[in-house]
Ligand binder design. Sequence first.
Ligand code: AMP
Length: 609
Amino acid sequence: MIDPAAELPFFYGSISRSDAEQHLKLAGMGDGLFLLRQCLRSLGGYVLSVVWSLEFYHYPVEKQLNGTYCIAGGKSHCGPAELCEYYSKDADGLVCSLRKPCHRSPDTPIKTGVFDSLRDNMLQEYVRQTWNLDGEAMEQAIISQAPQLEKLIATTAHEKMSWFHGKIPRQEGERRLYSGSQPDGKFLVRERVESGTFALSVMYGKTAYHYQILHDKSGKYSMPEGTKFDTVWQLVEYLKMKPDGLVTLLREPCVNQNNAGQTPAVPALRTPRTNGYTPPPKVPGASKILAPMDRQPLPMDSDEFVSPYADPKELKDKTLFIKRDKLMVDEVELGSGNFGCVKKGVYKMKSKHIDVAIKVLKSENEKAVKDEMMREAEIMHQLDNPYIVRMIGLCEAEALMLVMEMAPAGPLNKFLSSRKDQVSVENVVELMHQVSLGMKYLEEKNFVHRDLAARNVLLVNQHYAKISDFGLSKALGADDNYYKARTLGKWPLKWYAPECINYHKFSSKGDVWSYGITMWEAFSYGGKPYKKMKGQEVTAFLQSGKRLECPANCPDPMYEVMNDCWIYKYEDRLDFVKVEERMRSYYYSISKKPPTEASEDATKPKSED
Ligand code: AMP
């Protein structure tokens, strides 16, 4: 994952305070000389190191829950670059304004932190082991939830470190320290047998010293009275630079021969799927089994993340038309439309029963409606993505029935309008990022949806969205990039791009426009776009260059994406590859911070690294 500061020529990465001071010394110690480095204490934060009157000043830059960055007590900024630019114009509480960036020399690359180089492999391993995902589904899981996964993994990354010796008694720790050479600062971390807390054993003057690592209620690790860290490995890295009460700095790791080169044990954190795959065997030695309620549910916890036919046993029996005796239709109606109603049900598969939503065609319906439903089924049959409602099959019995995966929390617009106080803006960004992932998949497969709207985004739960309603969708020919409608239909004009209305040309760029309107609906918590305006009034409004206003409390970067989806000429409009990229980078930027960090008082001065 790319650090948002990676582009800055005065960003040094994970260097210590004394290294920072060394770079500033070499650059002349002029007043206002500055550099930026990774904060070694909190995930996602920075430290700004500044020179004034031949002295060094180090300001921690905190990343807040809403994704902005600030120096304790100062103004918030949307990124580290913007923050530095701001303080270059106005000291605003710093010892002086930032006058001269201390650029990295060509032979000084950005120093990657100990976790940076492990992260990607650990993410993959974690997703594979925890949810039994592989291939495309694994990639989708990582892309959609990387910040959350990273947080989960960061807390166990120490298990991968050579100095971590797992659960061993103190005597065994000593034995390992005393074997081989015994330089000052040789160290290991072990899990204490009695309590499961961690202890640090370090060699000094040929003697082993033992320290308990404290773990407070908010989940932070520290030495007694020392600086607090989100993770054990950050504490260790810090103690390599500052003794923080220890008899010596940590220097050489006492390498754990037993686990060198092994895959780390990852904690099993998944909510067991009730009717999906059998969970993979728990990893032996997994140290922490966190209850699912300890964290927000992730899409991968739901059965609906992978197709029920991903199981080869089920795939063998897959047919477009399913047998009536395998389907139990409940009387509960989930919704309705002109075709008929959508009912709840259960589909009995070979090795599991799954909850389904069943679109039941009213028998008195004319042939055109039946044809439309068959076309919808044909489209859905070709799609398989975690962020799109999958079709299970068609059933022809007392009525024609389209059997789909169940999205029990219902349409996004209704969900948001009834839970304004419970759903954070970050949560809305998360869901809209998932919608962009589903749309990127459709664009890639050359399908146009033609009815993307908040009413057609269904929720599996508060943190998992799927695109539905493919009644108007079309598969484009291999060489076509748009579909030309020959007849007008009952079209959702307020969601349509100008070229759809004026020339009946439908492409993925038209879907991008609709995505912008869907975003607007989501960020206005189920608001109605263009209020009481009629279709023609909307057309004139758009032609005059006007656009929907920014919903209250909608973050600026999100309104910017909407406006870029509403570029009049489709050639100049974003495509879904770009939309997803923009949604992802904003979503990652606001969700990287561990909750314990983020919920602390941002204005409270903190001790820095
Ligand atoms: P539709 O005609 O496809 O828009 O469906 C009408 C309504 O039925 C939707 O607004 C939902 O409330 C409900 N519905 C449709 N499909 C599903 C599904 N897969 N899971 C749960 N509810 C659904």
